[in-house]
Design a protein around this ligand. Structure first.
Ligand code: OGA
Ligand code: NI
Length: 362
């Protein structure tokens, strides 16, 4: 049992989302998909979008092994620099996460979403909190909805966990998540250190700020109207650094590049890494977060696991790092982390609106 004192060490609830129907259930019982329900998912605005089909190498590829091998370090760090400055999205290969850990989290994700609805409801979002199984960023009764369900959870630091929302089924879930979380945090640390070197700031000091890790497990059911709905609305991630693992073969991630959408083709078991809004602000705009979205397949389901790395949720502020504004203009304001999280949760998933609100000059 949790005591009141362990609960109170946690940061406040992260905000809330209006409950909506499980899309997985809607997709499985097409009787429930009345015209009126469907209407909330249909996006007339995506009709004319141009999408270019990416090759596996269309976004930069960073080899983590080379990044920490003296012989190749310089070259690979230069690649990482270009990836951060010019793309905001890249793939990381040779990341060193054992195959069984990757396979474990993929299997756990698949089995979790396969559970009957009653079982998943045991870890459903509670009123006023976005953690748990449900949907995020639903803030009004008339906004368009994403064709997806998700399970979102705080993992690090350990004292911020709400174990009541950790599934006990499938039985492999908790252990798989724990191993994956630890391994992934190491990868994030390595990348953050290298980024700090590229930015000319203290790697230890910078990477150790990123104490927080949250994960979003995305489940995108197939849809007969696949080209008219979106799995995830265009958005940039509010966190600092996102590491995404595609948990099934089906692709669906697209990024905004030069005004059109570029489809991402992940290399097998590579991690897709992207710069989030928090890192854009901390770096005073040297690195930019990039808009992205997820599209739906007509016949096949798709799953992905996005892990978000951020500075501590309590007692910190969000603003450009002093080392990076020295001698130059400051482009973003500084707010408390509580304020930042509030801005993050209360927006709809709406492009880069969070960063826009943080800008000093509009
Ligand atoms: C996210 C995200 C993309 C995907 O969870 O923030 O952008 O491909 N996911 O699932
Ligand atoms: Ni995202």
């Amino acid at each position: 049992m949790e005591t009141a004192s362990t609960t109170s060490t946690r940061p406040g609830k992260l905000g809330s989302s209006i409950p909506v129907k499980s899309v997985q259930d809607l997709a499985a019982n097409s009787n429930n998909l009345t015209a009126e329900v469907l209407e909330r998912y249909i996006r007339p605005e995506i009709d004319g979008d141009t999408v270019s089909d990416g090759e596996s190498g269309a976004i930069p590829i960073v080899d983590l092994g080379r990044l920490f091998d003296e012989q190749f370090m310089q070259d690979e760090a230069a690649k990482l620099k270009l990836a951060c400055e010019e793309w905001g999205f890249f793939q990381v290969t040779n990341h060193g996460i054992p195959n069984k850990v990757i396979e474990g989290i993929k299997a756990a994700t698949e089995e979790f979403f396969k559970l009957p609805p009653e079982e998943k409801q045991k870890v459903a979002q509670l009123p006023g909190d976005v953690q748990g199984y449900g949907q995020a960023f639903v803030v009004s009764e008339d906004q368009k909805l994403d064709w997806a369900d998700m399970y979102f959870i705080v993992i690090q630091p350990v004292q911020n966990r709400n174990m009541r929302l950790w599934p006990t089924k499938p039985s492999i879930f908790r252990d798989s998540l724990e191993s994956y979380s630890v391994e992934l945090k190491k990868v994030a640390d390595c990348l953050l250190r290298s980024m700090a070197v590229n930015l000319g700031i203290d790697p230890e000091k910078f990477s150790s700020k990123f104490e927080s890790q949250t994960m979003r497990f995305n489940y995108y059911p197939p849809c007969r109207y696949a080209d008219k709905v979106l799995g995830l609305s265009p958005h940039s991630d509010g966190a600092g650094l996102t590491l995404l693992l595609q948990a099934s073969q089906v692709e669906g991630l697209q990024i905004k590049r030069d005004g059109s959408w570029l489809a991402i083709k992940p290399l097998p078991d590579a991690l897709i890494v992207n710069i989030g809004d928090l890192l854009e602000v901390l770096s005073n705009g040297k690195y930019k977060s990039i808009e992205h979205r997820a599209v739906i397949h007509g016949e096949k389901e798709r799953m992905s696991i996005a892990a978000f790395h951020s500075t501590s949720f309590t007692g910190t502020t969000v603003g450009p790092l002093p080392e990076l504004v020295e001698g130059s203009e400051e482009f973003y304001k500084t707010v408390s982390m509580e304020e930042y999280i509030k801005l993050f949760i209360s927006r709809k998933l709406d492009g880069k609106s969070l960063v826009e609100q943080m800008k000093l000059k509009k």
